[in-house]
Write a new protein. Structure first.
Length: 495
């Protein structure tokens, strides 16, 4: 692969009511709900129909440009600060944090009810001089301090954080990038994610990179293997960002959908985070349409961000890669993108942030009865590995066997007990939080709503029990409820 390079400091008819016409009119009226759903006039509104966002990278110094903000406010419902949250912008001197420009963007978005993607907490590039000159333990501690301080400052305001950016090398090696951060130890990425989770438990934590769009590339496979490892070991990762800067050297490939769906199958959301496609006319428009359709085909692809608004705002302005021309006019690519977004069906009902519905007493799952918890998708049971009785043992899926380590009693105070004195326990409240067993107590992280729609939701988090695989050993986690079969369970009484 030929890697992309960045310019310094940039990111980068009316019917009658008689006879046959009346019948036709009735038919038309009956179709109005679906037609209305396919007729949104802006990118953000069209994306919302399927439960997604459509965002743009925003520069604080352009918020005073009337033409720029007119398009931004009309079309988008998510923003990513282009440079204003990077390390050199937020910590220009060690332990001297400055958030003014980033705050301008965040406040602009939140006042309109938009999402904010935080970009980025840990990166080898755009480090301030003081960090560039550090190494070893001092650098590791400084990096973790930066992650903690910035994520804590924005706690509750950020939907998704690009925790670590561009940590893998281009080419065919599948290796990590040789950077000062990498040289602090191979676990630096994991350490950054754990620090981010502690600082902001409610934000989705993403790994973000470029040239990872083609499923066959070594770099793509290397990132995939890291994410799989993280999920298996309980490292807190909720999403993977695909920058998707497409041009002649890094073209769109028809296996892009395979890439998105393969990562999603690991149990993470996938997001298109920095989309731009060099070119013009029909060819560019068709590629934008293909990318959007690929995202729409993957339920866990929950949003798209274009890296800029007008071509003149792009870090690759000479390649005219965006949806609006220099004058702010809509291009063919805009129409193709909007049409694709409007073609999507409705998305799942959003997850409530308050506890789920009161458990329904039914023949399966009545309080006080011993039951197996059986996954609708897998047919396997929630199982305590090796019949362990140790606090913190993470539960998994396994072939149902009616043994004591798969025998759960749902109590009147909404606990799910195993062995009589151990409870199903959420180790956190965010997406990806481990579900384990722990000595029973009276806290809400051990209380569960067994709902009539087949989900089991945590009282503390409002999130669903979720599995990322149907195989024996697949671990159970918390995740935003999405109506999919991997979040459906039934309590089957033990005879």
């Amino acid at each position: 692969m030929i890697s992309r390079t960045r310019p310094s400091g940039r990111r980068l008819r009316t019917l009658s009511a008689s006879g046959t016409a009346a019948i036709v009119a009735v038919l038309v009226v009956s179709l109005l709900p679906s037609l209305a759903q396919a007729a949104e006039a802006t990118l953000g509104a069209a994306a919302t129909q399927s439960g997604r966002y459509f965002g743009a990278a925003v520069a604080a110094n352009k918020l005073g440009d009337g033409a720029y903000t007119t398009i931004l406010n009309r079309e988008f419902n998510s923003v990513t600060p282009e440079n204003e949250m990077k390390i050199d912008a937020t910590e220009p001197q060690q332990n001297n944090f400055t958030f003014g420009n980033a705050d301008r963007i965040v406040n602009h978005a939140l006042s309109r009810g938009w999402k904010v993607r935080g970009h980025t907490l840990a990166w080898h590039s755009q480090q301030p001089g003081w960090m560039q000159n550090m190494s070893g333990t001092a650098l590791r501690n400084a990096m973790l301090n930066h992650v903690t301080r910035v994520a804590t400052y924005y706690r509750g305001k950020i939907d998704s954080w690009d925790v670590v950016n561009e940590a893998f090398a281009d080419g065919n090696s599948g290796a990590r990038r040789d950077s000062n951060l990498q040289r602090t130890g191979n676990d630096w990425i994991e350490a950054a994610f754990r620090a981010a989770r502690s600082a902001d438990p409610g934000a989705k934590l993403c790994y973000n990179d470029y040239n990872t769009d083609n499923w066959t590339w070594a770099k793509t496979q290397a990132v995939y293997n890291m994410v799989r490892d993280f999920k298996q070991r309980g490292v807190p990762i909720d999403c993977v960002g695909f920058q998707s800067h497409f041009n002649a050297n890094s073209p769109y490939n028809s296996n892009y959908r395979t890439t998105l769906s393969s990562f999603a199958a690991l149990g993470v959301d996938v997001q298109i985070t920095e989309l731009d496609i060099e070119g013009s006319g029909t060819t560019q428009a068709n590629t934008y349409r293909s990318v959007v359709n690929d995202c729409l085909a993957v339920p866990r692809c929950n949003g798209i961000t274009v890296w800029g608004i007008r071509d003149s705002d792009s870090w690759r302005s000479g390649g005219t890669p965006l949806l609006f021309d220099n004058s702010g006019n809509k291009k063919q690519a805009y129409t193709a993108t909007l049409d694709a977004l409007n073609s999507a069906g409705p998305g799942p009902t959003p997850t409530p942030t308050t506890p789920g519905p009161t458990p329904t007493a039914t023949p399966t799952g009545s309080p006080g009865s011993a039951s197996e918890i059986v996954g609708a998708q897998s047919g396997r049971c929630i199982d305590v590995p090796n019949a362990s009785r140790s606090n913190g043992t993470r539960v998994q899926l396994y072939d149902c066997n009616k043994q004591s380590n798969q025998s759960w009693t749902y109590t009147t105070n909404r606990q799910l007990r195993v062995y009589g004195d151990m409870c199903l326990d959420a180790a956190g409240s965010g997406n990806g939080a481990a579900v384990q067993i722990y000595s029973c107590h009276n806290q809400t992280n051990q209380q569960w709503n067994v709902n009539s729609n087949g989900t089991i939701t945590g009282v503390q988090s409002g999130r669903c029990l979720d599995v990322w695989s149907t195989s024996n050993g697949a671990q159970v986690q918390l995740y935003d409820c999405n109506g999919q079969a991997n979040q459906q369970f039934r309590l089957a009484p033990l005879a």
